[in-house]
Design a protein around this ligand. Structure first.
Ligand code: TRP
Length: 337
């Protein structure tokens, strides 16, 4: 079975953009591949953060992922597998300063930190984080990495590091991992559908997967649609497209087809109120489902935490094996404990 690795940062609640864009696909992939999914807390330290919040967010994300259908045995917390950082150091020496300087996410994120404060603290960790990401992927010798397009450059870097390592040690040790860009539907912000759904835009822009029904209906109800005559002119605005995307991603294919037909038929007019109601109903179904599972999990908190620690210990064995071989090949000391 081919192996899949992906990871998510514990930076707060999961919204429907994360779910439809990534996690829903992760759940499905578990049937076909050997999947390893990480909650990468070391990565979450690269931006200004609060230590107590980090630990809370990490477990919160674990429980959310479980409620969404990720199997506990496929999950690990990065700081329970410290080999990632050790391999990260080794990989630092197989990655050039120039390569890291070209990472567009670093530029974006450092701009974000500096916004309004020119002297803000930009950590070396933020600059170096793609190297740790390469270690996350290569330590499991992953064949495929399901990621969004924004991670394409980081994946290319991981392949470059692997190639350079192989060349230096004179062995095709690492298999080059491939990005797996899913057909996943890209959900946009409700209040500004030209942008992708994101927490950093503000409350009105996203719907949490555990959103209360009342607030969910209110957010969908006030989602931006279009100026009014687009339907007649046959132009679909980003806002309307977004509503259709959510309907489809939420599994209402039939209803999606039906409403799309009405929308496209010049002889009829689709009521946006109806469309929004259909979207709200779909998302409410999903959220209540997730909330129910979350409640079950919360009732066994201690047990589940232990289960995750155990699965991290199992996953760690793969990482330890790789690191041992890498140290051997790299000319480092390799003491067996
Ligand atoms: N960089 C990714 C993000 O910001 C998170 C991540 C860290 C990741 N390590 C990874 C994704 C390994 C895929 C594989 O979303």
């Amino acid at each position: 079975m081919k192996r899949i690795l992906s990871a998510i940062q514990p930076t707060g609640e999961i919204h429907f953009g994360n779910y439809f864009g990534a996690v829903q696909n992760w759940v499905k992939l578990q049937d076909e591949f050997q999947c390893v999914y990480g909650v990468v807390d070391y990565h979450a330290m690269t931006m200004p953060y609060s230590p107590s919040k980090l630990r809370e967010n990490t477990w919160d994300l674990i429980f959310s992922l479980l409620a969404l259908g990720i199997k506990p045995e496929n999950l690990f917390i990065q700081s329970l597998v410290p080999e990632h950082t050790e391999l990260g150091w080794i990989f630092n020496c197989f990655c050039s300063y120039g390569e890291l300087s070209r990472m567009t996410q670093f530029k974006d994120k450092s701009d974000q930190v500096k916004e309004g404060d020119k002297d803000a603290f930009i950590s070396a960790g933020l600059f170096d984080y793609p190297v740790l990401q390469a270690a996350d992927i290569l330590i499991y010798k992953a064949d495929f990495v399901p990621v969004g397009k924004d991670q394409e450059q980081h994946l290319e870097l991981a392949r470059n590091i692997a190639t350079r390592f192989n060349n230096t040690v004179g062995k095709e040790y690492f298999v080059l991992p491939e990005a797996m860009f899913s057909e996943a539907l890209k959900v946009r912000s409700l209040a500004d559908p030209t942008k992708k759904m994101s927490k950093s835009l503000g409350e009105k822009h996203y719907i949490s997967i555990f959103e209360e029904e009342k607030s969910l209906r209110k957010k969908v109800g006030s989602a931006v649609t279009d100026a009014g005559d687009e339907q007649e002119r046959g132009i679909m605005s980003p806002g309307i497209e977004n509503l259709f995307i959510m309907l489809k991603a939420g599994g209402k294919e039939e209803l999606h087809r039906h409403m799309m037909e009405i929308y496209k038929d010049p002889a009829s007019k689709l009521s946006y109120k109806d469309l929004k109601e259909a979207v709200s109903d779909t998302l409410v179904d999903l959220t209540s489902n997730f909330a129910e599972k979350r409640k079950e999990l919360n009732a066994n908190k201690k047990e589940i935490k232990n289960q995750i620690k155990e699965s991290a210990a199992n996953i760690r064995k793969i990482a330890q094996e790789t690191l041992k071989e890498v140290k051997e090949l790299s000319g480092l000391q390799n003491v067996r404990f």
